[in-house]
Design a binder for this molecule. Structure first.
Ligand code: IMP
Length: 204
């Protein structure tokens, strides 16, 4: 049963401008009015979960309770095979308090180099996304998606955010940082999770 109608107000439970922009782009065609947690001055809960899904639920539940509106949260990150899935749920934290992703990408590259991971097949990674919709009257659902690819060095492009400049999705030659945002939206981890949400929550 569809539970999100045209004109429905929805909180995007994120304080990350890049994610808010991408989620806005995703929900906009469905006529949903998205407001961000930042605009509503909602508190930012501590991400104490051990999985992407647990953290997405924490964020969506907190925003739904504080706003009285349905809330959509994204918890996502980059998982590198050669680093046993790191940075994973700590992807944002690797950038430090100043959100310095040039530094986070450099740290990642140094660890790969230290492991001798120079050949493309030793540099496999995926972006993972858990999207949670939480309802103000209780209940929530999580939708997950991933996109597989390879890490490149040096970083290329300034069109995305986070680790986009070092990620080339399988079958592509340019990084997510170089890619037209519309094209990234068609293949990203967030897009895959969102497609499942759409099937569940919106009228076809
Ligand atoms: P969190 O979900 O707010 O804990 O942070 C997720 C972090 O993962 C972001 O700050 C980015 O560093 C990274 N990330 C998630 N999705 C993407 C993406 O689509 N492109 C690049 N980096 C991403």
């Amino acid at each position: 049963m569809a539970r999100l109608q045209t004109g429905q107000k929805l909180v995007v439970a994120s304080h990350n401008a890049g994610k808010v922009r991408e989620i806005n782009d995703l929900v906009q065609p469905f006529g949903v009015e998205a407001v961000s947690a930042g605009e509503l001055n909602l508190p930012e809960p501590e991400e104490t979960g051990q999985t992407f899904a647990e953290n997405a639920i924490l964020k969506a539940r907190s925003a739904a309770d504080a706003s009285g509106l349905p809330a959509l949260a994204d918890d996502s990150g980059l998982c590198v095979d050669a680093l046993a899935g790191a940075p994973g749920i700590y992807s944002a934290r690797w950038a430090g308090p100043s959100k310095d992703f040039a530094l986070a990408m450099r740290n990642l590259e140094e660890k790969l180099q230290a492991d001798g991971a120079t050949a493309p097949d030793t540099r496999k990674a995926h972006f993972f996304c858990a999207l949670c919709i939480a309802w103000p009257d209780g209940g929530d659902t999580v939708y997950e998606g991933r996109v597989d690819g390879t890490l490149v060095w040096p970083p290329r492009g300034d069109r995305g955010f986070g680790y986009d400049p070092v990620f080339v999705a399988d079958g592509e030659t340019i990084t997510f940082g170089e890619m037209d945002p519309g094209r990234k939206h068609a293949m990203s981890h967030r897009a895959m999770a969102f497609a499942k949400l759409v099937e569940d929550l919106f009228d076809g």
